[in-house]
Design a protein around this ligand. Structure first.
Ligand SMILES: C[S@@+](CC[C@H](N)C(=O)[O-])C[C@H]1O[C@@H](n2cnc3c(N)ncnc32)[C@H](O)[C@@H]1O
Length: 323
């Protein structure tokens, strides 16, 4: 394989509970995050390595995947997200997380051993949220479709889980390859056409359009670059400067199906309800909520194939070496 990856050594229950605590009002995202941690490669740079996280968003997920943990009192929701209603989110295409609250303060219980040199994103509000994590040395406003202001061939590790968010994935991929030194590695988490098949337009076309919109919540518009597994292999394989050295299923079918339903349509109102809970009652309610979802999800995470046969993956992690 040519690349020696050491697993982070996550404890399954601890990972799941911590991910659910972070994403408590979107438990399906907590489950997905736990799956990415357990099934994915180690994303921590080794000592002295220079790493970049392309399209890092608010950084909480990469921070978590590298072993960072948040205090239970930290809330990703509440005042930290846009207070739009479900209908406004769909009709205006609002990104509720690209909302900078003055008092946004990610309380940290455990820092990752090592951080990333660079984090990039095209949304300044998300970069502003990433700053207080102290996980990225430099945060750059940059579009994946343009070369970022990172020196050429300077990276030992480039991570990106958002390539398919742009239509021209080949250009975005080439720009990232340019930044990696010969012998360095790229880790790319991509959605496949199995993800498109999870759209309720494809799954349940007989349901009324308004119903499908409520369930889809505009997700499909964000992912114009999705390819099939063979499409991704062909795209990465075409670039003579790199070779694919690994590919992992980080989102088995059973987990993808649960994620696909989730609490998405309810989230705006759940968010306002949770915000209205008195501060002294919140920790107990949140703890109980997290425990229930952890009990529900643990067996699925432990053995997804027992719930549903695992077919072609909706999300793959490609590990690619720069020649
Ligand atoms: C699924 S989110 C992932 C964010 C983060 N990496 C994480 O794991 O939480 C997709 C990210 O891609 C960013 N993005 C979308 N289109 C982009 C573009 N053209 N250039 C740079 N970033 C982009 C979004 O702002 C968002 O932060």
């Amino acid at each position: 394989m040519g690349v020696d990856m050491v697993p982070v050594g996550h404890d399954l229950r601890e990972t799941l509970e911590s991910a659910l605590s972070l994403w408590w009002l979107r438990p399906e995202n907590g489950l997905a995050l736990a799956s990415y941690c357990l099934a994915g490669t180690d994303l921590r740079p080794t000592p002295g390595e220079n790493a970049a996280d392309f399209a890092c968003g608010d950084g909480v997920n990469s921070f978590f995947k590298c072993g960072g943990r948040f205090a239970p009192e930290f809330d990703l929701f509440g005042g930290a997200v846009h207070p739009a209603t479900s209908r406004e989110i769909v009709s205006q295409g609002i990104d509720v997380f690209a909302h900078q609250a003055d008092d946004y303060n990610p309380q940290i219980r455990q820092r990752p051993d090592r951080g990333y040199q660079w984090g990039t994103d095209h949304k300044p509000a998300l970069l502003a949220k990433a700053r207080p994590l102290g996980f990225y040395q430099h945060l750059l406003e940059a579009d994946l479709r343009q070369p970022a202001a990172i020196p050429a061939e300077s990276l030992d590790l480039a991570y990106c889980n958002s390539l398919y968010w742009v239509p021209d994935v080949a250009t975005a991929f080439d720009h990232i390859v340019d930044k990696v030194r010969p012998g360095g590695r790229l880790v790319l988490d991509v959605m496949t056409d199995r993800r498109s098949a999870l759209s309720f337009d494809a799954l349940l076309p007989a349901m009324p359009q308004a119903w499908r919109d409520l369930m889809n919540r505009g997700r499909q518009n964000n992912n114009p670059g999705i390819l099939s597994q063979s499409g991704w292999e062909a795209l990465f394989g075409r670039n003579e400067r790199v070779e694919i050295v690994g590919c992992r299923d980080i989102f088995p079918s059973a987990i993808a199906q649960i994620w696909n339903v989730g609490l998405r349509p309810l989230f705006p109102v759940l968010n306002r309800m949770a915000d209205a809970i008195a501060a002294e009652r919140r920790p107990d309610i949140k703890r109980e909520w997290v425990e229930i979802f952890a009990d529900l999800f643990e067996p699925v995470l432990r053995d997804p194939g027992a719930l549903m046969p695992t077919g072609p993956s909706a999300r793959l992690q490609f590990i690619i070496r720069r020649r």
